[in-house]
Design a protein around this ligand. Structure first.
Ligand SMILES: [Zn+2]
Length: 285
């Protein structure tokens, strides 16, 4: 039985992009009518994950792209800063190159955790005032009820069991602690989402040979449902649009589509939950 990653209900409605082939396996996508989440089936294995996040495949490709777009993290920092009034203990789980952690003042106790051991070593060299660990070493510390703030930027959609993962994060959080989550809304109302799905569907010949990084696709409704069904309370939830994947394109038409999408987001956000991304603050119920 194929289950919705949110509701645990049986799901059978195929959803675009329908399927992809990766690591000699076929992965399919199914839509949940109850919560609007699209879940992958089967979920990726430890072996797939190893291949997916090898340095050449993932970090070189994505983190260099992100470097061109530092504005992204400045906005995240601005959003987060109203919760950083006193000295806080902060954990960035899935910190990558620590772009966001580096922007946060060193008066706070900062921890960065990632899967990639090489990246952790590089991060340690660059910033000695942050505690950097790989996931296994970090988990051995059992730092339960230790953190005021946990940062999850572009992490949740990569996790095989997002609800179990959120439950685990809850243990590391202090009673009144907060989790800052930021990520994509791949099937939310947004011009770039609409155009890229259309383009991918009709013009990309190899559209079912992409790497299944995201274990689910969400809109604002299904993303909120994920937090609520993992027993969190939503303090704030904002959608926005960053024009991805078109804003940084060299093609003028794509760039214009990206810009129009951002501008539409800035004018429509409050009425329609418009946008291809979200930022949210959640806390224990
Ligand atoms: Zn569901």
């Amino acid at each position: 039985m194929i289950k919705c990653l949110n509701c645990d209900d049986s799901i059978s409605k195929p959803f675009f992009p329908y399927k992809t082939f990766f690591n000699k396996k076929k992965f399919r996508y199914y839509f949940c009518k109850k919560c609007c989440l699209v879940s992958i089936y089967p979920t990726v294995s430890a072996d797939d994950i190893k291949l997916m996040y090898s340095r050449n495949k993932y970090h070189k490709e994505w983190y260099t792209v992100n470097k061109d777009n530092p504005q992204n993290y400045n906005d995240s920092k601005k959003y987060l800063s109203k919760f950083l009034t006193k000295k806080k203990t902060i954990l960035d789980f899935g910190c990558g190159t620590a772009s966001l952690l580096n922007l946060i003042s060193n008066e706070h106790e900062r921890w960065g955790v990632d899967l990639d051991e090489e990246l952790i070593k590089e991060n340690r060299q660059k910033n000695k005032s942050i505690f950097f660990y790989n996931v296994n070493d970090f988990e051995n510390f059992s730092l339960y009820n230790h953190f005021d703030i946990i940062i999850l930027t572009d992490v949740l959609e990569h996790v095989v069991s997002p609800k179990k993962f959120l439950e685990k994060m809850k243990k590391y959080l202090k009673k009144s602690g907060k989790i800052f989550v930021e990520g994509p809304l791949e099937i939310n109302f947004s011009i770039v989402n609409f155009v890229s799905i259309f383009y991918f569907r009709f013009f990309k010949k190899n559209f079912n040979e992409f790497i299944p990084y995201h274990q689910f696709f969400s809109n604002h409704k299904s993303q909120k449902k994920m937090f609520l069904s993992s027993s969190f309370r939503i303090i704030d939830f904002k959608t926005y649009d960053n024009g991805w994947p078109y804003l940084n394109s060299k093609n003028l038409l794509k760039k214009v589509i990206g810009l129009i999408s951002i501008i539409t987001g800035k004018t429509l956000i409050s009425c329609f939950n418009y946008g291809n991304r979200f930022r949210s603050i959640i806390t224990k119920k």
